[in-house]
Design a protein around this ligand. Structure first.
Ligand SMILES: NC(=O)c1ccc[n+]([C@@H]2O[C@H](COP(=O)([O-])OP(=O)(O)OC[C@H]3O[C@@H](n4cnc5c(N)ncnc54)[C@H](OP(=O)(O)O)[C@@H]3O)[C@@H](O)[C@H]2O)c1
Length: 335
């Protein structure tokens, strides 16, 4: 690949716009946005006009076939990640696919196998893992700054007014709090501790059968535990804490894209670690966009920051939580 990575955006919803805005603001990064696809050509054209994108398609297949696109960013509801990312990979495109990676681990494994067979780059858009403060925190933990991890706490929830027609309430679209929000606390805990040995959970389900409010307790053979929760009916604080045998790290808010954390160690003053000044007006997605661009220009097939085995392990935990609380998606049983 030359010194430029040409992006195609697949879907024109909320996160597609946020991500594209960050991508375009990354001046001199080597990234260009050259095409967009939607289920309707009108929506693709409106998105292209808004962001100054050259080519607009009314089908995903046209984007996948565009020879001027190197990497496709999949921003559909989770239920379409398998199909859309698969289409792009089959057509020889690298893929960045929104979280939750897919509806279940089987679909995620199919994508990983396809990317590996084709020698293509694939990454779950777990932007948290690319955030500089999260990277600093994991370095500190790995260097023993808080000793051996005993407990991880993390939550993500907001009280939305999602009608029964909203994708978050629709089992066919992978609705519920877990795949949209719970994926963050689970990914946070697994970044530090790896795949859990035990998964327990309880949830309030909607009449449609998606989870509205979910509590999880993960356990590891080391004795470490993680207490995690997610909700679309409660304004959770979005805090996280990592407690070890020799200290604790607190994320006071928005742990999934933090601006600061506090390191507590016995006998020392608490130490606040903050992000350096970054570009104004960006949403925090620039770090994952930069990581994909870097990896592609380096010829890598997988990001060391968001490894595919880690994404598969998160999907297995999400599957286990759904199993415990009784949330089934139509795609879980494939004909
Ligand atoms: N990284 C983050 O911070 C973050 C934040 C929010 C969401 N997400 C993830 O991004 C994905 C999309 O979320 P979103 O909030 O952007 O959703 P959204 O606003 O509802 O947009 C999703 C888009 O997907 C397309 N689409 C394709 N098939 C669809 C279907 N059957 N029903 C509805 N839309 C369909 C639509 O675009 P067209 O009309 O152009 O086809 C729609 O605008 C989800 O997987 C979500 O978890 C990530």
């Amino acid at each position: 690949m030359s010194g430029t990575v040409r992006w195609g955006v697949l879907a024109t919803g909320g996160i597609a716009a946020t991500f594209t805005g960050d991508l375009l603001a990354m001046k001199d990064s080597g990234a260009e946005v050259v095409a967009v696809a939607s289920r309707t050509v009108a929506s693709a054209k409106a998105f292209a006009d808004r962001f100054g994108i050259e080519r607009a398609y009314g089908t995903w297949a046209e984007l996948a076939a565009d020879e001027g696109v190197d990497v496709v960013y999949v921003a559909t509801p989770h239920s379409a990640h398998r199909e859309a990312a698969g289409l792009a990979l089959e057509a020889g495109k690298h893929v960045l696919c929104e979280k939750a990676f897919t509806l279940n681990e089987r679909e995620a494994r199919e994508l990983v196998e396809l990317a590996r067979q084709r020698g293509l780059f694939l990454m779950e858009a777990m932007w948290t893992y690319c955030n500089p403060l999260i990277r600093r925190m994991t370095e500190l933990v790995r260097d023993g700054a808080i000793g051996e991890i005993r407990t991880v706490q993390a939550d993500f929830g907001f009280a939305g007014t999602f009608g029964a027609e909203h994708r978050l309430r629709d089992p066919a679209l992978g609705g519920g709090a877990l795949l949209d929000l719970g994926v963050y606390p689970v990914s946070f805990a697994q970044l530090l501790l790896g795949e859990p040995d035990r998964v327990q959970a309880d949830a309030l389900l909607s009449p449609e059968g998606v989870d509205l409010n979910t509590g999880m307790l993960l356990g590891w053979e080391s004795g470490a535990t993680a207490l995690l929760s997610c909700s679309i009916v409660g304004d959770l604080p979005t805090t996280a804490s990592v407690t070890g045998t020799a200290g604790r790290i607190d994320f006071p808010q928005g742990f999934f894209h933090p601006e600061s954390f506090v390191l507590h160690r016995p006998g020392r003053e608490p130490e606040t670690v903050v992000t350096g000044p970054g570009p104004q007006g960006l949403s925090g997605m620039q770090y994952e966009a930069a990581e994909v661009t870097r990896a592609l220009l380096a010829g890598e097939k997988e990001s060391p920051l968001v490894p595919l085995e880690g994404s598969l392990a998160v999907m297995r935990t999400l599957d286990a939580v759904r199993d415990r609380v009784g949330v089934r998606y139509p795609a879980d049983v494939r004909a």
